[in-house]
Design a protein around this ligand. Structure first.
Ligand code: SF4
Length: 691
């Protein structure tokens, strides 16, 4: 923190919106934010987007929850209370549930909006105070297929290279990501790189900015939603058929048996461009061109987003990318890699911190005896060995009566999770719900106790971004609730009978480092000195690791995986349209924060994008009200007629509380990880007069 003599403080910290993790300098006075600018010494080189730069007024909003709120029944009104009284009540209710039912009747949800230190504490509370593994975090509903597939293919569930490496690529393939809106600072960089002459391949069902801007010569492949796997398999098919792959790399660095099996699979005629063209709706010549541009580049990198992961075959989609990168030898070198663009600010970190029902920090399975014993000796607690519930399993268990109490930290599940009416039934079925939040939200209407959360500008700790970059988060103003958020978690744990004593966030971080090989030599002091570092930071890599898998893959040999394409249900007479969803530049997820800023003036509602040919057929014009109906629900949206999407496809965002776009979704999830299918639903539409 630097003071300028007039009472203004300037604090360096990390943006708390998206997974790019831009470094910022925040000006404050008298516990109020005054301005935010980019830190030109950070990896973002001073650049910020409209969220990080301007959307900070929510912090001092009068709607912030500053005191705990409590009520006996959800039909009662909340009353304000002290933290002591609220936590006594919560501990009493949770203990009661444990005694009356079982220890498995309790569950906790950590949030990717929280710091690594807070997430670590929430999973520790679940494992040591609830005494089970019913702990998950919102990576489940976005990038879980990434952790799963990258972990199995390469040996660790994280992106392989940093932003500097991206700049050195000759070709960039962007798959399932509207980068300039969802990760704007990376999106702008890709746009500049494309303008400067790098090859750019965009695979996206929409004509996003990166694909359509006239001064960018992007090769745009515009598949129907849900056909990624067929399309990516076809690109690989062409590369193999035309002998454009890197045999040396495969022989020296990959698991040959898995490659041979995969080779037989990928050469199947099913994946020749002519066949796939009919499935994906992409011209076969474009598939061939993309394959040649990618494979003949000296260095190429793949960045991807939720358009790959949020499908019933999301994990297969990520495996397609790992297969492609290994096929061409584009791993473990500068200018190459496979990089997941993580959604929220700390999705990577929340995943690394072990907020999952089956693993401890850094993806070590709870059944691994040695790891479990290490945790038991540091935590002085015998730990449960049963794998806990994932988020979708928690909701099912609440409905069928196995789950009775939940502690949700920083998640608005009713607004953001799929199939809203199913979530409503689950939350209403709980005997006791505690939500820790900044604002009242659609989820808090089901809560018995609401505890006051803190924004990223009111806390110390660390975030880990899409690159694996660990950056310091520094407190700019004191928490509006008067208490550090991590202390709410430790106080609750104490009242539940498992005391956690830390004098600072740094002590929590040191415990994470003690228990995690990837952080073994990482300290706050090092982060202070270097600004940020990419894990692993260990005895071999004292200043971090920009590029993974350089000498060999972390699992020794990179593995190829078979990625069968399985068709979604096809549009039919009842539901003739495919609806897909995404984000807009001005808002952040449920927009509970950005809606309380001036950003709302630029994007004030969710719209339904409809192709102009479909609009003519259905007599729909801009701003007409359109009823959208799926098997799960119906909602009304205003129309936006566009040529950005193909006939038969619709697009909308899900930022606003009304209408509830996510209510339209089914309960379909990824075959391997339970990540919901946000990106594909069959619907029908008609013009209507009713809101
Ligand atoms: Fe914040 Fe992401 Fe925008 Fe950077 S790109 S300023 S991290 S929201």
């Amino acid at each position: 923190v630097v003071q300028n003599g007039s009472g203004y403080n300037f604090t360096k910290t990390t943006c708390g919106f998206c997974g790019v993790g831009c470094h910022v300098i925040v000006e404050s006075k008298a516990n109020t934010i005054v301005n935010i600018v980019g830190d030109d010494k950070g990896p973002n080189e001073g650049h910020l987007c409209v969220k990080g730069r301007f959307a900070w007024e929510f912090v001092n909003s009068i709607e912030r929850i500053k005191k705990p709120l409590i009520r006996e029944k959800i039909t009662d009104d909340f009353k304000e209370t002290t933290l002591e009284e609220a936590l006594d009540f919560v501990a009493w209710k949770f203990k009661n549930i444990k005694e009356k039912y079982s220890k498995y009747a309790l569950a906790a949800l950590a949030s990717s909006r929280c710091t690594n230190e807070e997430v670590f504490l929430v999973q520790k509370l679940a494992r040591c105070a609830f005494e089970n593994n019913n702990i998950d975090n919102c990576a489940r509903v976005c990038h879980m297929p990434t952790g799963f597939a990258l972990g199995l293919a390469f040996g660790t569930g994280a992106g392989t290279a940093d932003i500097e490496s991206l700049k050195k690529a000759e070709c960039i393939m962007v798959v399932g990501s509207n980068t300039t809106h969802a990760h704007p600072v990376v999106g702008s960089l890709i746009r500049q790189l494309a303008i400067s002459g790098k090859k750019l391949i965009v695979i996206n069902p929409r004509g996003i900015d990166l694909a359509k801007q006239p001064h960018i010569k992007a090769l745009h492949l515009q598949p129907y939603p849900g056909t990624n796997v067929a399309l990516l398999n076809s690109i690989a098919h062409v590369i193999v058929k035309e002998n454009l792959y890197d045999k040396d790399f495969i022989e020296n660095k990959c698991d040959i048996d898995s490659f041979k099996l995969w080779l037989d699979f990928i050469l199947s005629d099913e994946y020749n461009p002519t066949n796939v063209s009919k499935i994906a709706g992409v011209d076969s010549h474009l598939i061939e061109k993309a394959a040649r541009e990618f494979a003949t580049s000296k260095k190429a990198t793949i960045v991807y987003g939720l358009g790959v992961t949020e499908h019933t075959f999301g994990s297969s989609g990520v495996f397609c990318l790992t297969n492609l990168a290994m096929l061409c030898g584009f791993i473990g070198k500068e200018g190459c890699g496979v990089s997941p663009l993580r959604g929220q600010n700390n999705v990577q970190g929340a995943s690394d911190m072990g907020a999952f029902p089956n693993v401890f920090t850094f993806y070590r399975h709870i059944s691994d005896e040695q790891t479990r014993k290490t945790f038991e000796s540091v935590w002085k607690k015998t730990l449960d060995t049963n794998v806990g519930f994932t988020i979708p399993q928690m909701f099912k268990a609440a409905i069928d009566g196995r789950l009775k109490g939940m502690y949700i930290v920083g998640e608005d599940v009713f607004q953001t999770d799929p199939n809203t009416y199913h979530i409503k039934e689950a939350l209403s079925s709980l005997e006791f719900l505690v939500v820790q939040e900044l604002f009242l939200s659609p989820t808090t209407q089901f809560a018995h106790v609401v505890l006051p959360g803190s924004s990223y500008l009111e806390k110390n700790g660390t975030f880990t971004n899409w690159e694996r970059r660990v950056s310091k988060v520094n407190k700019v103003i004191e928490p509006l609730s008067g208490i550090d958020e991590y202390k709410i978690i430790t106080e609750l744990s104490k009242k539940l009978g498992y005391p956690m004593d830390y004098n600072s966030e740094e002590e929590i971080f040191n415990e994470i480092a003690l228990l995690s090989p990837q952080f073994s030599t990482l300290t706050y002091e090092k982060l202070q000195n270097y600004g940020s570092l990419l894990w692993p930071v260990d005895s071999k890599n004292q200043t971090g690791t920009r590029i993974l898998h350089t000498d060999e893959f972390l699992n020794k040999k990179g593995k190829f995986f078979i990625t069968n394409y399985v068709a979604n249900q096809l549009p039919n007479d009842t539901y003739p349209f495919i609806l897909t969803t995404g984000r807009n530049l001005f808002h952040y997820n449920s927009s509970n924060q950005t809606r309380k800023t001036k950003n709302v003036a630029f994007y004030d509602a969710d719209y339904l994008e409809i192709n102009e040919k479909d609009a003519i057929k259905l007599n729909i014009s801009n701003n007409d009200l359109v009823e959208v109906k799926s098997e799960s629900a119906k909602i009304t949206l205003k129309a936006k007629v566009t040529d950005k999407i193909k006939p038969g496809v619709l697009f909308t965002t899900f930022h606003f509380t009304q209408p509830k776009t996510n209510a339209l979704l089914s309960q379909n999830t990824d075959w391997a990880t339970d990540t919901p299918e946000y990106k594909f639903m069959l619907v029908n539409i008609k013009k209507t007069d009713k809101e």
